[in-house]
Ligand binder design. Structure first.
Ligand code: FAD
Ligand code: PHB
Length: 394
């Protein structure tokens, strides 16, 4: 079988790339290791930058998001038992959209099926070949049968543990990494969110985050050990710990309800450079990971594939390859700024060391500065709603 672009992975990056290519009349085949049910129910990110919202709308997959998503014009930063609102809209002119990643994935899978172009679930044994030459191909197994997919380009959209980055000899990539000494215990609960806006809480027992998926479903996180055993966290203990960390002088109370999902997410910052190797392009989590404190992972994946789709459009429709050549540099310039923001939010809000009283005072001073200085709040807001994305690299 043959296609123009072989897309490995049906996460937000792979599915959106396929849709943006389809809009330009460019053919692709998507190969996904897991089942449709699995990818549509994997609970992950929830915050979309305003430009991600625009990109999804322009891609023709935004209708349900615009109906069901929650527009947030502010975000709460809490420390020393007091909540402070950062007014994103008045500081930047934009807000963010709360809409679950699995909903974005469902909308994109639906659009793919409507397009009639192929999406293979539950493939295994994927390997990529000859991406340094003019005629790359991908081998994979589907329903027990070995297949070969010839293509012009391979898009590695297969996440952090995928096969594309792993196919490169170590000498060809430079890795930049920071692993944090903590993780997030995340829950989804059938409970009305206790706050209309997200709360990022600094607390000496550890960071906590209140988020949501709808007016009836809360998403909450608490900082925990990287090797935390979920068996030691019955529901009552989770609520009790969350309530302690969201404790406030104004008597704020969480609303509790049945917990429907519980997981531990490790925290890391990671970049693999460059993002282009001949006719292989790495995008999204395959090329970089950010700690979730800045809410940036899915947004970076969306930005990468927007740049790549335009570069591939220029190749096929204008016979220009300069955009393919600058893809990696254009993406990395913005990615590093987003890495910096995610690292900064993480270091300001988490407990790193049990008895480092100096760092705790410094964090409180920094938080106090951020919420009282107009320019500091504006800087946080400008990064949170999403730095400008110029697909031409400007
Ligand atoms: P993925 O979503 O990982 O998709 C990769 C796909 O490739 C998967 O479907 C996988 O099954 C498939 N695959 C892997 N290997 C192969 C193979 N060999 N062959 C074929 N297919 C393969 N980001 C935000 O923007 N905002 C947030 O609020 C946020 N919160 C988060 C909270 C949590 C708990 C977690 C875990 C992540 C969060 N993120 C957040 C990050 C975000 O979820 C990721 O950055 C995003 O999923 C990246 O998309 P992707 O398409 O690059 O990769
Ligand atoms: C989420 O809703 O899952 C979420 C929100 C904000 C973050 C991280 C995760 O910073």
């Amino acid at each position: 079988m043959r296609t123009q672009v072989a897309i490995i992975g049906a996460g937000p990056a792979g599915l959106l790339l396929a849709q943006l290519l389809n809009q330009q009349g460019i053919d692709s085949v998507i190969l996904e290791a897991r089942s449709r049910h699995y990818i549509e129910n994997r609970v992950r990110a929830g915050v979309l930058e305003h430009q991600s919202v625009d990109i999804l709308n322009e891609a023709g997959v935004g209708a349900r998001m615009m109906r069901e998503g929650l527009v947030h014009d502010g975000v709460i930063i809490q420390f020393a038992g007091v909540a402070h609102r950062i007014d994103l809209a008045s500081l930047t002119g934009h807000g963010v959209m709360i809409y679950g990643q699995q909903e974005v994935v469902k909308d994109l899978v639906e659009a793919r099926i409507q397009s009639g172009r192929p999406l293979y679930f539950e493939v295994d044994n994927v390997s990529i070949h000859d991406f340094d030459a003019d005629a790359p191909y991908v081998k994979f197994r589907h329903h027990g049968a070995e297949q070969r997919l010839d293509c012009d380009f391979v898009a590695g959209c297969d996440g952090f543990h995928g096969v594309c980055r792993a196919s490169l000899p170590p000498s060809r990539i430079e890795l930049f990494e920071r692993v944090y000494p903590f993780a997030w215990l995340g829950i989804l609960a059938d409970a009305e969110p206790a706050s209309e806006e997200l709360i990022y809480a600094h607390h000496e027992r550890g960071f906590a985050l209140l988020s949501m998926r709808s007016e009836a479903v809360s998403r909450l996180y608490l900082q925990c050990k990287p090797d935390e055993n979920l068996d030691e966290w019955p529901d009552d203990r989770v609520w009790d710990e969350l309530q302690k960390r969201f404790d406030r002088s104004d008597g704020f109370q969480l609303r509790v309800g049945p917990i429907t999902q519980k997981s531990v997410t490790p925290m890391r910052s990671f970049v693999a450079e460059p993002m282009r190797h001949g006719r292989l392009f790495l995008t999204g989590d395959a090329a970089h990971i950010v700690p979730p404190t800045g809410a940036k992972g899915m947004n970076l994946a969306i930005a990468d594939v927007k740049v790549l789709s335009l570069a591939l459009g220029a190749h096929y429709h204008e016979s220009r390859d300069d955009r393919l050549e600058s893809f990696s540099a254009v993406c990395l310039r913005r990615i590093w700024k987003v890495q910096r923001f995610s690292w900064w939010m993480t270091s300001m809000l988490h407990q790193f060391d049990e008895d480092n009283a100096f760092d705790r005072r410094r964090q409180i001073a920094e938080l106090d500065y951020v919420v009282t200085s107009k320019v500091a709040s504006q800087s946080l807001a400008e990064n949170y709603i999403g730095l400008p994305l110029d697909p031409n690299g400007g």
